[in-house]
Design a protein around this ligand. Sequence first.
Ligand code: PLP
Length: 492
Amino acid sequence: MATYSNPQEESLDPKDWNAFRKLGYQMIDDMTNLLETIDEKPVWEPLSNEIHEKFQQPLPTESSSEEEVYQEFVENILPYPMGNIHPRFWAWVIGTGTPMGAAAEFLAAAMNPNVGGGDHVANLVEKQVLDWCKAMFHYPMESSGLLVSGGSMANFVGLTVARNTMAGYDIRNEGIHPDHRLTMYASQEVHSSVHKAVEILGMGRQSLRLIPTNSAYEIDLNALQKAIAEDRSNGCQPICVIGNAGTVNTGAFDNFNALADIASREKMWFHVDGAFGSMVALTQDYKFLVDGMERADSLAFDLHKWLYMPIEIGATLVRNDDQHYNAFTYTPTYLTHGTRGLSSGERWFADYGLQLSRGFRALKAWMSFKNYGTRKYGRIIQQNIEQIHYLAAQVEASPELELMAPVPSNIACFRFVVDGVPEAALDDLNREIIYELHEQGIAIPSYAILNDRYAIRVANTNHRSRYEDFDILLEAVKRIGHRLAQRSLSNQ
Ligand SMILES: *Cc1c(COP(=O)(O)O)cnc(C)c1O
């Protein structure tokens, strides 16, 4: 039988598979060398104008070989990592990644399944990872879950279920009733992603009631109860209490048992933002910080922060599977779930969130959990906390350094102070210290504003950090600080 063949037919696969194989080996060599020697490089360096110009090229209309494209990557991209793979990176809350995690990203992309649903193995891998997360947090095994891009999306998913379940009417159909205010409650330290979620949920940012904290930056429980009662008497409908497992400024943990009691008494949803702090559940000595977190109706967390997996991966767990499903499922005819074949499966992951096409991010989690195991994870998370306690002790022992907040977990905030430099000048001086630390490639802390004062903030979700890295940081802070203080004193 004659078949038609068109000599012009083409695909995007390499012309020479063996050459591609060789290039792939080269990539593995280069990436392994990068990670193996990362501590010998500056943490960060500013990008030159020349590099900026490399990224102002016109849209490529013609092909280049795989080798040519990779060569450009090696010259213009690879030498300039953000810094978070380096042992002295402690800014914001950003994980370090791992070699195995990076390899898994490649494997997942090569298999390239769409994990929106259907009967294929990637769905089993994701279910397995979610079950492991439930076990890790002592969360009910019958709860539902979803892997998402990170903590922001995880909070959005959890708060959507909260809103839809607690509104008391069909909010998916009717939308927000304009004359009826639904309110949610969190401490002033709550992360910006929660503000954004409340906005996007159409409730208006003022519906997120920001409750003051105590001196340890934990939610003030009396103030919370008062706010709920006041809102009720003003005709609002309080629907959700949000607890923080690890606040972003100082690493504080709210009292989850107390919050769960209040939520249950008030018939409200209890959501926990556990972006990074939830992971202390794996430690021996600090798991008490998350006592009661397992009582949450929904729990949001990241795997790319304190489980060190490559960005992006986070997750939401929801205690009641049906409530989660009912908040998101929408099945047009072209997505009808079959009873046999690839389209089978009663509930698909796409029924539990916003995304329909979903990547195979579960693979890096599955491989990481297997590669490291929760005991090793727990030891390294505890090591990160103890390193920060060491840093805090060094700060307290140094006359020119001042600790700015309690240090309950893996974040320390401090500043450089010397006699003679007025309070008002200290903010600028400490900001300048951070800029110099960055620009000299010594270390990357970030900053926090605490009681209107500028602090140097060190947040440790870095499995590569060693005690000596914190010594290097403090030595540089003092050296730079004294030099700047000298200059500002001689200018007075
Ligand atoms: C990082 C963070 C988030 C947001 O998570 P992303 O992964 O950055 O989207 C939310 N809450 C807290 C406390 C965080 O630290």
